[in-house]
Design a protein. Structure first.
Length: 229
């Protein structure tokens, strides 16, 4: 989640709804304003929070809420939640404002207020998902392969929040050995492993990680100040 100066709140497990703007996260961390929502791909655990959107708009009387994603993901969301996004349905929103789509392109920066964000495509099984780079921080989850071109945009990272789904290999997610190989290639100052499943024992795995790598934990907060990039 992003607010004020750039702050990222982590859910370390992959078994959560990651849609930015969830009421639980807003309340727990006293978040009263969301400037934009970024969708990285169409899997349900990343988009099912859409059913909260009409109610959320009660809190946005003075502005529309910007939704950022690529065209493929937008079409998937509009298909699944057709009753919210088809103008002919005239869905009942609380308040006069609406979510507004802003489509981004791979490797082309977009802005949320003054924050520049670079979407980096990555393979997630048979689909494309997106990593998000902000300055010298990058968030990369739900992936099993990083294209060679995308590695070019991962140079010079201070913090890399990167998926390590499991000890075991998977056809759509990265596992410990693969993720550590990526970290060795990218060489960030610090890497934090997230999207952890039940095979990742926190104490046992922590003992074997390199000095610049650690496991994420629920409600961990990463504060970042070097956001120019």
């Amino acid at each position: 989640m992003v607010w004020g100066k750039f702050v990222w709140v982590i859910r370390a497990s992959g078994l959560v709804n990651k849609t930015i703007g969830r009421f639980g996260m807003q309340g727990k961390h006293s978040i009263r304003e969301v400037d934009g929502v970024i969708f990285t791909h169409t899997h349900a655990d990343h988009i099912v929070g859409n059913f909260h959107v009409p109610i959320m708009m009660e809190y946005y009387h003075d502005k529309d809420l910007l939704f950022f994603t690529d065209n493929f993901t937008r079409k998937g969301i509009e298909k699944m939640w057709w009753f919210q996004y088809d103008p002919a349905v005239n869905a009942q929103f609380y308040g006069p404002r609406r979510p507004i789509w802003v489509e981004f392109q791979s490797y082309q920066k977009f802005k949320i207020k003054d924050l520049e964000i670079l979407p980096i495509p990555q393979d997630h099984g048979s689909m494309t998902s997106y990593g998000l780079r902000v300055g010298n921080f990058c968030y990369s989850t739900d992936l099993n392969k990083i294209p060679d071109k995308s590695f070019q945009f991962l140079d010079g990272l201070d913090v890399w929040l990167i998926e390590c789904d499991s000890i075991n290999p998977s056809s759509s997610h990265s596992h410990l050995e693969k993720t550590l190989g990526w970290i060795d290639r990218v060489n960030p100052k610090k890497a934090i492993l997230t999207h952890l499943d039940h095979t990742i024992d926190y104490d046992e795995v922590s003992r074997i990680l390199p000095a610049n790598v650690s496991l994420a934990y629920d409600d961990q907060i990463i504060e970042l100040e070097n956001l120019d990039g």
